[in-house]
Design a binder for this molecule. Structure first.
Ligand code: ZN
Length: 391
């Protein structure tokens, strides 16, 4: 132990580990890492070595949530390309147990996306009292206009090499959503794989054979499964049917019970197993805000009865938070917390190639933790060994 660094001791907790639970258990952080974990009562550490000792009162400790698909909150959106906006998003997410996230763009002009990439490059990393920014998720613009969802159809296009390479060369893009069925987009999949960027299919009408080809090219992820893609039918398995059958693919799920019916969530969770699911929020500007109207690019979204819609009624992202996503998916899938928690952290960390540092409670990994009560309400969030939210 290093006496000069921040050390937090959490005891009398129900700690969920990747291969076992500790209940009651204790955990010690050292600087930004988890340094010790044990069952029962913690040993008597020298008092001066511990910065803070916390009795969790039997509450739950999970790995901090990782949200790889987060557009906005509190009136801000990644597309605003504002440092203050991204910080207040990060601070809002911290209140909901998120310890790291990917600010996510929409289909927009090359200049607008580049601005976001530049701002993310500048503030990437820990945010004061906020979730850590791990890089960016580019959701488009290389999508299928027939599956635009809430994306602006006029801004959807094929992958242009000189434009897309500018984004990739920033080095901060971790995830790209694209429509793999267009031959013009195939080079980008290959380029992502070469650079260790996760390629995801989304806003796509890819059929079974096109999904198969995408998987061969290196696509490993699917963006908000069911939404903005071809559904499952018995003669045409569609994008949904295909992604269920390929074990290489991990499926994002918006478990707000609005984007996807609980029974359809159950189908996906049963078919892929929890290890094949990444819970995301796809949250937009209105998240955390009272009901009302908010600008989104040059259009307006209305938040009413917990749903964000465009003027034509299209659902425009969510106002979901990660602890609710976990709760809803557990209920829909009939899962215990031991079965369900990897969907909110570990699976995303693995798919982004970050699981050696993040995604589970293990000695030597980042001290990214969330303390929850039995209703899964967030009591405290710790990112990199620092308390970023406390109820
Ligand atoms: Zn989205």
């Amino acid at each position: 132990m290093n006496n000069t660094s921040n050390q937090i001791l959490i005891h009398n907790a129900h700690i969920y580990g990747p291969t076992r639970d500790w209940y009651p258990g204790w955990l010690l952080t050292d600087g930004e890492k988890i340094s010790l974990i044990g069952a029962g009562t913690p040993p008597d550490f020298p008092q001066e070595a511990i910065t803070r000792k916390m009795d969790a009162g039997g509450r739950i400790v999970l790995p901090g949530f990782m949200d790889v698909h987060a557009h906005g909150a509190m009136g801000h959106e990644a597309m605003d390309a504002s440092i203050d906006g991204l910080q207040s998003m990060a601070q809002f997410y911290a209140k909901h147990g998120v310890t790291s996230f990917l600010p996510t763009t929409w289909a927009a002009s090359g200049e607008a996306i580049e601005k976001v990439v530049n701002v993310v490059t500048r503030i990437m990393g820990p945010v004061p009292n906020g979730a850590t920014i791990l890089g960016a998720h580019l959701e488009g613009p290389y999508l299928n206009p027939d599956r635009s969802g809430a994306q602006d159809i006029k801004l959807i296009r094929h992958a242009d090499r000189s434009e897309a390479m500018k984004f990739l060369e920033s080095g901060i893009v971790r995830l790209i959503t694209l429509a793999p069925e267009f031959p013009e987009n195939e080079w980008l999949i290959v380029e992502c794989v070469r650079r260790g960027i996760t390629a995801s299919m989304g806003h796509t009408a890819a059929d079974y054979d096109q999904v198969k080809k995408a998987v061969q090219l290196g696509v490993t992820h699917v963006t908000h499964t069911y939404n903005a893609m071809t559904g499952l039918s018995h003669r045409e398995p569609g994008t949904v049917g295909a992604v269920i059958t390929f074990p290489e693919i991990i499926c994002e799920l918006i478990a707000d019970n609005i984007h996807v019916h609980p029974a359809a969530q159950k189908v996906l969770i049963r078919a892929k197993s929890p290890a094949g699911i990444i819970l995301v929020t796809d949250c937009t500007r209105g998240t955390g805000m009272p009901e009302g109207e908010y600008p989104i690019d040059n259009r307006t979204i209305t938040i009413k009865d917990g749903i964000a819609r465009l003027p034509d009624g299209t659902i425009a992202g969510s106002i979901l938070t990660m602890e609710r996503a976990l709760k809803n998916a557990m209920a829909a899938g009939g899962l215990t917390l031991s079965e369900a928690w990897p969907m909110s952290s570990l699976n995303a960390a693995r798919n982004l190639g970050l699981s050696s540092q993040k995604g589970s409670i293990e000695v030597g990994k980042d001290a990214d933790l969330v303390l929850l009560n039995d209703e899964l309400d967030v009591q405290m969030t710790i990112a990199g060994g620092i308390v970023i939210f406390e109820k």
